[in-house]
Design a protein around this ligand. Sequence first.
Ligand code: ATP
Length: 347
Amino acid sequence: MDQQVRPSTIDGADRNARPNSAVRFTGVSRHFGDVRAVDAVDLDIEEGEFFAMLGPSGSGKTTCLRLIAGFERPTAGEVEIFGHPVEDLPPYRRAVNTVFQDYALFPHMNVLDNVAYSLMVQGVDKTKRHHEAEKALELVRLPDFGARRPGALSGGQRQRVALARALVGKPKVLLLDEPLGALDLKLREEMQEELISLQRQLGLTFVFVTHDQGEAMSMADRIAVFNEGRIVQVGAPEAVYRRPATPFVAGFVGSSNVLPPNIVQNLIGKHAWASLRPEAIRFVDQDGRPAEVLSVNFLGDKLRIALKLGQQRVTATQPSSGPTPTVGQTVYIGWDNDDLHLMDAAP
Ligand code: ATP
């Protein structure tokens, strides 16, 4: 690694500071033996954005978060926070804090002392640190819970305490590692809304790790899609959904019909991979392409219909309020040209 002396404070003025970039990775790798957990990643997270790291298990998201937090050091490359290289900064000197999936609360301490813990370690006196902890508990809408032990809280309340504890030190970047993973669906949706409004209210940069594409799309300003230690695509949720860069992204972010080059060649005369979202397929009159109905599943508001288009199996969705095709029937389908999105071959 580059060992030259660098400015080691995030507070001091630095002519090279790039104020709009909260976190920057330049060629960052973190290898564990043969495992390339993070592999040559370039990344820019803007100040004040809600940024999601999305990818399957083992794709390197948590390792990236730990590199920002300072719990890991890069094998190669450079991490900057607000324009300053942080190689020499230990976690507690970085303007970031982390909310862990398991919350990591101290069971023997009450909620107020849990939230005030980092201030205690910094030597802040008891009156002041309890005052700050009470303010943080108000932010997460748990103002009267300070005297309770974590064991006497629900999962959702523990999650809020963990959030308050991470916010009490006034970080500029909040790192959230699958923070809603342990909550049931309804609570999860409530907390998603609360996290978004908290982030807007505080104007902080949030870096949110999840393997749930719906969660990433509904919460984030931008999403980085990870696969095998690399970032395959970065963009706004709608852009990533509508214009996936590769077959991997098309299949991972929402469901899609990923069509191989030989099929696309037959359809439009171009030899390339393509993505066709199920909802883009329309049932039309006989001017469309004939397809055989293989199966029909009722999903409540919509129907999922598997079709055989030539030799290719494709899935379409239709509102369940419309007619229901029958298995074995020949139907005619079409789509807008723009909806057949061509992609790079790389995964
Ligand atoms: P998950 O969603 O399951 O948490 P992830 O995308 O966050 O996965 P990482 O936890 O970053 O993935 O792990 C990436 C790869 O690096 C995995 O193959 C993992 O086993 C490996 N890895 C992570 N930390 C270590 C370590 N300390 N020692 C060895 N291998 C590690």
